[in-house]
Design a protein around this ligand. Sequence first.
Ligand SMILES: [Zn+2]
Length: 501
Amino acid sequence: MRRVVSFGLGLLMLSCSVRKKSGVENVGYEEADRYVSMISSESLKENLSVLASDEYEGRETAMPGQKKAAKYIASYFDSIGLLPGNKGSYEQSFPVVIKDPSKVKVQVGGSSIHFLEDFFYIGSFSDTNLIDIPMVYLNYGVVGEGYSDYEGFDVKGKVVVIKEGVPSGVELKGDWNNWRKKVAVAEEHGAIGLFTIKKDFKERAERIKYYVQNPRMELHNKGTQKKITSIPNFFISEEAAQGSFGIQDVNASKVLERLISLDLEINQVLSSENILGFIEGSDKKDEIVVITAHYDHLGYDAGEICNGADDDGSGTVAVLELAKAFSVAKANGHGPRRSILFMTVSGEEKGLLGSQYYTENPIYPLEKTVVDLNIDMIGRIDPNHEDNNYVYLIGSDKISSDLHAINEQVNKDRVKLNLDYTYNDESDPNRFYYRSDHYNFAKNDIPVIFYFSGTHDDYHKPTDDVDKIDFEKIEKTTKLVFYTAWEVANRKSSLNRINNK
Ligand SMILES: [Zn+2]
């Protein structure tokens, strides 16, 4: 009995020491300590005070403020001796499509009617310009058993106007209260557009206003763009139906006198940029450690600049500090064995577009990309914590247990932050794991860690400013990222994958 116990204990101790060895290797931590001291609150503040100033206009994707920030970051990389990360250039440019719903123009009988005042639309359509199209008013626009509002009217190549609801006493199949059904039937009859008179127009337009304030964006990928599945589908107010369309009696179908013109060119193709700085590794230079943060933000909110000091100015300046520390290490003969790509991405706030573009068009093969350490919002203390000595870690244990162990151990040995895994829980309703750029790497089975401090009252507001930033907090978190990157870039063994253990 005793022997067994002591034997068991011996095994346990043995397995501990083995595990410790496979967590962090001895990869020159005395040097690491020297270079980590280059990461300082002062220079973090210096860079953030520039990037999150009003001059950068909230760094909205594809807008002048973002371009300006791109230039700043690229020239910073250049000044500290980083190589251009994209075949001689610091930029990786990608096309984005901006959909500005307010660009739609409608004219009836030669006079304009106005977006959100007189009409709005649901669904998407191809860019077209329809001029002087005849219109037909068709009551409810339904087709049922022995009943059709289309009977006796030719709507081919015309715009159909209808009202909401269904006629009483008619047997109908399917859900005719759903606008999709009415759009499909109009299209079947050859109509090229549909307008529906809406009773609660004002109320609905008010709600829609909220969603259309900021233009939507997506990556411009020829061929993979969402297919347009239906004809343009508009809603108009009762006043517009009466005044502009000339429909006095909504119970009487008829060919309308006025012609309609629709200018539906709402898609504009612009470009945005990821900024890439590179440090070449020594003997494992084909393997790439990636460190990311997004430098784009929201631009303006109702005329006020959203400076995005925390989101994600804090992560961006952290990447600049990390680049500097590794660059000096390399200049002093302590460069990493693996290569390191420092990449600040754009388009994050529009749907992780820059990191999506990079992972779909990687400059360095994804199979050789060993990790993505992503930093997004590390400059504030959230309401769940009293002091600044913490960081949320998300995703660290999902793909590689080695990565998780490394981050834990360098923190325990050196940085000593409280590591908070609250948001790493799959069942957490915030789903932060899916909400920043590391996710595009994780999708490709690349181990990731997302470093994060949580949200706060100024999140996505014009009040996310530099004067509220806790620079000591950014410094500590950046140091943790530094040690983790140092280990991953220098260790002998590769990071394991949980799936193919
Ligand atoms: Zn954000």
